[in-house]
Design a protein around this ligand. Structure first.
Ligand SMILES: Nc1ncnc2c1ncn2[C@@H]1O[C@H](COP(=O)(O)OP(=O)(O)OP(=O)(O)O)[C@@H](O)[C@H]1O
Length: 283
């Protein structure tokens, strides 16, 4: 058996090489190389960029069409690696299914059981996870009685019940009110002190507040990577802003995000033109 040619930093939560995901004729991810270590990483990109496709393969709920995925030091193409990693990861899908007749406590305990947590640890782990998302007073409420924002918070609780070393959150702040968002970002920062946390979001302000590092994807490719400050700096120098909210951190990041996407599109289209001319020249 050959070993990975892709060098890994010790303890890297996620390391992928040549990752390709196809949905029939659509290429959702196009031979992507990426790694993520401990800390909170924002995953930004326009609709259809490939964010959910990436999160789903990292959560091991979907298989890639090609490429190598190493999570927490395990090659997840092997059944054994997947089983080991599933115990140690947490995942909040974009669309999150639950049993409406379960209480919050029962539902989170059910997920703990699915993750094969030792039975003796489950009650305390569930209590702590539910408290961390601010739902201690609703622990015995049935899921069907909760608001959309509360359901989303239960989704976060089930994702963190096993204190995951790798936490994957797809649009976690959708439906949260501003105060809950602030609390949630604080929770992310706390978890990111030791775990690898990847947060897919449309909200650039979530990234500004909670994600020191950012990966921008577009059309199945990595368009930009760097720190939040670097993305802001990109926005400060572009002159593309309308002046609205000028000087605010959020608006600089928004402009930086737009600038990063535009630069990527320009490079991608120049590469496509060059390769079309080269192949025309060989005919
Ligand atoms: N099940 C599917 N069948 C066919 N095409 C799909 C499927 N899922 C995703 N796609 C396509 O793959 C591409 C990437 O989609 P993906 O959901 O990963 O993007 P995204 O960045 O998460 O988008 P959004 O921000 O809108 O959630 C899109 O072109 C999408 O239409």
């Amino acid at each position: 058996m050959s070993t990975s040619p892709h060098p890994r930093s010790p303890g890297a939560g996620v390391d992928v090489a040549g990752l390709t995901v196809r949905h029939r004729r659509t290429v959702a991810l196009d031979s992507v190389d990426l790694d993520f270590g401990a800390g909170v990483h924002g995953l930004l990109g326009p609709n259809g960029a490939g964010k959910t496709s990436l999160i789903r393969v990292l959560a091991t709920v979907a298989a890639p069409s090609a490429g190598r995925i190493t999570l927490l030091g395990h090659d997840v193409s092997a059944h054994r690696g997947r089983t080991e990693v599933r115990r140690r990861l947490g995942y909040l899908p974009q669309e999150f299914g639950y049993y409406p007749g379960f209480t919050v406590r029962e539902f989170v305990a059910y997920v703990a059981w699915l993750k094969e947590m030792p039975a003796a640890r489950v009650p305390e782990a569930v209590r702590y996870a539910v408290e961390r998302v601010g739902l201690a007073d609703r622990a015995d409420a049935k899921m069907r009685t909760l608001s959309g924002g509360m359901v989303r918070r239960v989704g976060v609780a089930q994702a963190i019940v096993n204190e995951p070393e790798l936490l994957l959150l797809d649009e976690p702040t959708a439906g949260l009110d501003p105060e809950q968002r602030v609390d949630f970002r604080a929770l992310l920062r706390e978890i990111g002190r030791t775990a690898t946390v990847i947060v897919s979001t449309h909200l650039v302000e979530d990234v500004a507040a909670a994600c020191p590092r950012v990966t921008v994807v577009e059309s199945g490719r990595v368009a930009w990577r760097g720190t939040t400050q670097e993305l802001s700096a990109l926005g400060t120098g572009t002159g593309t802003g309308t002046g609205e909210g000028a000087g605010e951190e959020g608006s600089a990041i928004e402009r930086g995000y737009t600038a990063a996407l535009r630069a990527h599109r320009t490079t991608a289209s120049a590469t496509a033109t060059a390769s079309a001319s080269a192949s025309a020249g060989t005919r």
